[in-house]
Design a protein around this ligand. Structure first.
Ligand code: FPP
Length: 225
């Protein structure tokens, strides 16, 4: 039976959820942050899940209105500061991916702080993708490797990426069927699940249902059964 050791989620639909409730888009992001907490706790309690990677801010999200970008930055900072206890209580290690140099010094400090303070945790790894784009990640990895000697191999390139672990199960909420520059290398053999649920409505029960269906899939990785 398959176990989804690495789950990756494209958390889409916050804006539409807020509109549906007659509120501003930012209200949807705030509701989305609560779901991040619930899903992370669920994954931490599930022994077979080792890693959860969440797409929170892409290299393309800077194109959004300034106020929305600023709100997302503040929300992220608030989340990391207030959730440190949840990380520690649930033995969760926080490992951000993406190029965080573009963020304010204060946000970078918070991100680095939570990373260091949870470095000893050996339960679930929660990886939040921040100013992340898979193409950017691959180009940065190649530039790192250019400074070393020898031929680039699949293993050396993988080891130079921010995220070095293949994805087993990739979920996108919000009804669209695309990858939006998320974990393009790591998702080479991921099972893809697209659900219509808007991220703020996503629940641990729905994730559980997806995990049940995932277990039934015959994964061949290009080979034969
Ligand atoms: C996509 O929904 C969501 C984002 C670009 C941001 C994701 C942020 C969160 C889930 C909350 C904060 C995260 C953390 C880790 C605290 P959208 O705005 O594109 O929704 P739409 O497609 O309905 O417009």
């Amino acid at each position: 039976m398959n176990e989804a050791k690495h789950i990756a989620i494209i958390m889409d639909g916050n804006g539409r959820w807020a509109e549906k409730h007659g509120k501003k888009r930012t209200y949807g992001h705030e509701a989305g942050a609560k779901v991040v907490k619930e899903i992370t706790k669920y994954c931490a309690q599930n022994q077979s899940i080792e890693r959860l990677t969440l797409y929170a801010f892409s290299t393309e999200n800077w194109k959004r209105p300034r106020l929305e970008v600023e709100y997302l930055m503040k929300l992220l900072q608030k989340y990391l500061e207030s959730e440190l206890q949840t990380y520690l209580q649930n033995n969760i290690r926080f490992e951000p991916i993406g190029d965080i140099k573009a963020f304010s010094k204060s946000l970078q400090k918070t991100i680095e702080g939570v990373k260091q303070k949870t470095a000893h945790c050996d339960g679930l790894v929660q990886s939040i993708a921040l100013n992340y784009g898979a193409r950017d990640e691959i180009v940065r990895a190649i530039n790192t490797l250019k400074k070393t000697q020898g031929e680039i191999t699949q293993d050396s390139l993988r080891d130079a990426l921010d995220c070095k672990t293949d994805v087993d199960l990739l979920i996108r909420t919000g009804g669209d069927h695309r990858l939006s520059n998320f974990l393009l290398w790591q998702a080479a053999y991921a099972e893809l699940f697209f659900v219509d649920t808007l991220w703020p409505d996503f629940t641990a029960q729905e994730l559980e249902k997806i995990l049940k269906n995932f277990k039934k899939i015959e994964r061949r990785f290009g080979g034969l059964k």
